[in-house]
Design a protein around this ligand. Structure first.
Ligand SMILES: Nc1ncnc2c1ncn2[C@@H]1O[C@H](COP(=O)(O)OP(=O)(O)OP(=O)(O)O)[C@@H](O)[C@H]1O
Length: 229
């Protein structure tokens, strides 16, 4: 489990996170939702120690973040970081060199899942296929948790569907995912838990299934209720 406890973060005089707390379980998809600029990316950067926090604590499977935590967790950014002249096979070789946790078998399964060929050059891929390769490179690592920032931004509905399908496939296994998205409709059926963020605080944390069963509400219904009240 990833536990974010009372995390605060200031950029200059601006307090962007004002005591954020939530948990994300292994084997579940936790979605951070909030309008532009509320601090979602900052939370992910804090979990990955890409930025220092001002106060609070972050635990992974009960232990405080250390250098070794990054054997357990990976961040999939919203743009691909591989040089565009590489072919997919070169990107695989690069990842295998760089990460001990690279799983070539899973990478090949993902390639088949996304109907891509390893001879394709990154610069020649469509936007949707570039997003798929980007996600593939992260998911092929043998880690327990993935953080994904806006994996659906700027891509067409068919590619969004194919990417969303990976979440229900065996390729995610029982790993934990924290995702940010503005495309809630696309993944509402896949998400286990929602953490609603507004202006640097958690407004509400809930299980999608519980709200659906007990109150007959969708994620969008809850969003309307919370943000329009
Ligand atoms: N390095 C930085 N220096 C100064 N301010 C920053 C920095 N990074 C983020 N911010 C500010 O922190 C706030 C939160 O940004 P963040 O990117 O976390 O929001 P977000 O919820 O991910 O937004 P979006 O949905 O647009 O991606 C914004 O006001 C942003 O301008």
């Amino acid at each position: 489990m990833i536990e974010v406890k009372n995390v605060t973060k200031k950029f200059g005089r601006k307090e962007v996170l004002k005591g954020v707390s939530f948990t994300a379980e292994k084997g579940q998809i936790t979605c951070l939702i909030g309008i532009n600029g509320v601090g979602k990316t900052t939370i992910m950067q804090a979990i990955m120690s890409l930025i220092p926090i001002n106060s609070g604590e972050i635990f992974i499977d009960g232990s405080k973040l250390t250098k070794d935590s990054y054997e357990k967790i990976t961040f999939i950014p919203d743009t691909i970081t591989m040089p565009p002249q590489m072919r997919i096979a070169d990107a695989f070789a690069f990842m295998a060199d760089f990460y001990q946790s690279w799983n070539q078998k899973r990478a090949e399964e993902l390639l088949e899942f996304f109907k891509l060929e390893e001879t394709e050059r990154i610069s020649e891929l469509s936007k949707g296929n570039t997003a798929k390769v980007n996600m593939l490179l992260g998911l092929a690592l043998d880690v327990d948790y993935f953080l994904m920032d806006e994996p659906f931004s700027g891509i067409d509905i068919f590619s969004r569907e194919e990417i969303a399908n990976v979440f229900t496939s065996h390729l995610i296994e029982d790993r934990g995912v924290i995702i940010t998205t503005h495309e809630i409709n696309d993944i509402e059926h896949l998400i286990d838990k929602v953490v609603l963020i507004d202006n640097g605080v958690v407004l509400k944390e809930f299980y999608v299934e519980e709200v659906r069963e007990n109150e007959g509400k969708s994620v969008i219904d809850v969003l309307r209720e919370v943000y329009e009240s």
